[in-house]
Design a protein around this ligand. Structure first.
Ligand SMILES: Cc1cc2nc3c(=O)[nH]c(=O)nc-3n(C[C@H](O)[C@H](O)[C@H](O)COP(=O)(O)O)c2cc1C
Length: 327
């Protein structure tokens, strides 16, 4: 199969692969720029960044992107949501992805500044609402995804339902690690895919080596569902800290700066993510998609090589015959 380009508003990505935003500095300007330069859409995980940090990461991404498309991902649950969006627009971001909820106002801001707003949803109902509110495209995420989850249903079940309720570009996310997975998503109606976990094993991913090593060593069954103080479940790899969360023994936050609009204060998710980012794996949470163990080539390589490998695998797959099931 030959991959088509991905059109979102006036933007055209020659490779229909979006690198999913990964918060607390896992996906920064270096990774986003590398993916954009390879023809995909590179996304900076903006949740947890200060405005100055975000502006700097956008500049770093731009320098590397060779004219490619750069976006940010911001959790609606973040207290600084609007400030981050305003900063990104000021820095002339190409596209904004919003996870963990959205407000109708964001679409108005997108229209006023001529920037595509792409919500991440996990149901046909929210996809329909997003379409009506003015989304430019929709990312639909299944339970296979990493980070916070909006559903316990597989992308293979939710994607066809979303396809039926909107004519907007639909991008499938969750559990995609091979070219075969990408082809399957296109056969289920996707116009593009969003991949995060696979890109953690890239040179440009900002996580410390022990973080990446945990991904390399992951086996089936090592991914567990934890409850996050954000009020959503999340997929993470087993670590000592994660075991404490599961046993409800994780330490309560110290010196909270109320970074989330609503937080259960059960433990500090931000500190746990910062610890793992810096390699203190057993004092932290390492978010990961359900299919991390399925990654075949576990070497840490340039993101551009990962994209090339995925494209090669897609091109080795036969195109689905016309009228085949799933169209
Ligand atoms: C380490 C990690 C951090 C993530 N952080 C965010 C985030 O900040 N915001 C968000 O909307 N999604 C986040 N996600 C979800 C991804 O952007 C993506 O949609 C999802 O993980 C796709 O599934 P995959 O990882 O199996 O490819 C994160 C995923 C991972 C693995």
């Amino acid at each position: 199969m030959k991959l088509p380009e991905l059109k979102i508003g006036n933007l055209v990505a020659s490779v229909p692969i979006i690198q999913g935003g990964m918060a607390i500095r896992i996906s920064t300007g270096a990774l986003a720029g590398a993916v954009a330069a390879a023809g995909g859409i590179g996304v900076i995980g903006a949740s947890g960044m200060t405005f100055d940090e975000l502006a700097e990461e956008i500049r770093i991404a731009r320098e590397k992107a060779m004219g490619g498309i750069i976006g940010i991902n911001i959790m609606f649950a973040a207290r600084e949501f609007w400030g981050i969006v305003r900063t990104a627009i000021k820095e002339k971001i190409d596209i904004v992805f919003t996870g963990a909820g959205f407000s109708r106002d964001i679409f108005k801001i997108g229209q006023d500044s001529n920037i595509p707003i792409v919500p991440i949803v996990s149901s046909a109902r929210l996809a329909k609402t997003s379409d009506k509110c003015g989304a430019t495209a929709i990312v639909v995420e299944g339970r296979e995804a990493g980070g916070h989850l909006g559903t316990d249903r597989s992308i293979k079940d939710v994607l066809p339902e979303v396809r039926k309720v909107t004519t907007l570009p639909v991008i499938a996310a969750g559990g995609i690690t091979t070219g075969q997975d990408i082809v399957e998503m296109f056969n289920l109606g996707a116009n593009g895919v969003q991949i995060a976990t696979r890109f953690v094993l890239s040179e440009e991913c900002n996580a410390a080596l022990p973080y990446k090593q945990l991904y390399q060593q992951a086996k089936e069954g090592d991914i567990v569902t934890i409850s996050s103080p954000v009020g959503l479940p999340g997929h993470a790899l087993k670590t000592d800290f994660v075991n404490k969360i599961l046993k409800k023994e994780a330490p309560k936050p110290i010196g909270c700066d109320f970074c989330l609009k609503n937080c259960s204060l059960e433990y500090c998710i931000i500190q746990a993510l910062i610890n793992s980012l810096h390699g203190k794996i057993n004092e932290g949470v390492v978010f990961s998609g359900e299919n991390v163990w399925k990654i075949k080539d576990k070497r840490i390589r340039p993101a551009a090589d990962i994209i090339k490998e995925l494209i090669k695998e897609v091109e080795a797959c036969p195109s689905e015959p016309e009228g085949a099931e799933g169209r």
